[in-house]
Design a protein. Sequence first.
Length: 277
Amino acid sequence: MKNIARSYVTDASPLPAPWRDAHVAVVVPTYDEAGNIAELTRRVHALDLPNLTLIIVDDDSPDGTGAIADDLARRANADRPGRMAVVHRKVKEGIGRAYVAGLKEALRRGADFVVQMDGDLSHRPEYIPRMLGTIMSAQAGVVIGSRYVSGGSLSADWGRHRRLLSRFAGIYVNAILKLPLRDVTGGFKMWRREVLKNIDLDAIRSDGYSFQVEMNHLCRQLGQSIVEIPIHFEERNSGSSKISFAVQFESMLTPLALRFATRREPVGEARAARSMG
Ligand SMILES: Nc1nc2c(ncn2[C@@H]2O[C@H](COP(=O)(O)OP(=O)(O)O)[C@@H](O)[C@H]2O)c(=O)[nH]1
Ligand SMILES: [Mg+2]
């Protein structure tokens, strides 16, 4: 009896079929992540999700991340076609722009669920099956891996300054946009295809990290639910953070711009459904 009970809780037990068979794309923007990309790829492909595609979006990283990713993709696809793709962009334009390119590629490839996560192993890929289970059972538009809901946590390596900045950013954004979220700036998420298709990705205004906030805002405007599940957020594995002053400044202005912008028309299927009805 005891053994049976234990077998249900081990992470090695197979996932139920609707989760396991889901077409999931994992989009990872990279800029100088040469020390992390191989480990990240190994851990993503070790998940019990045979229809998962990893999509790296590299902005011509000077440390050669793009070439390493190409090599990893060649090997992964030789084993199983469609396991990994690399989008190469010529110029570093910020994480927001890289995500727009990556999310579009995920939709083009027909993914039903699209994960976005950092390439520095701050976000543990092992949470992806839980996100999938949650998005399916809660019928959420998006699931956020949250550092600030009950059970969520931050690496002890995060100093006081970064903790305060992150908390302040959350309070500031929520005060302006009134999003009922604990981790409104978090970057580890899973989107449902139908929701992404109804967001006009070409109209995203954020170049940098405020992309996360802007997407939450647009999701809520569509009337979709946003569900947070706890994660432990690690310090980056190797390399250094790319947050610059310009990006922080943009993150200050974006919530205000979104709050006072005129409401956009829904796109894609929503617009088509409307004009039909
Ligand atoms: N393609 C691309 N990736 C970026 C850019 N800026 C940051 N990233 C990636 O976005 C992820 C998060 O960035 P990071 O520097 O770790 O931000 P932090 O965790 O907030 O310090 C990492 O995978 C970075 O390599 C960019 O301009 N282009
Ligand atoms: Mg990071």
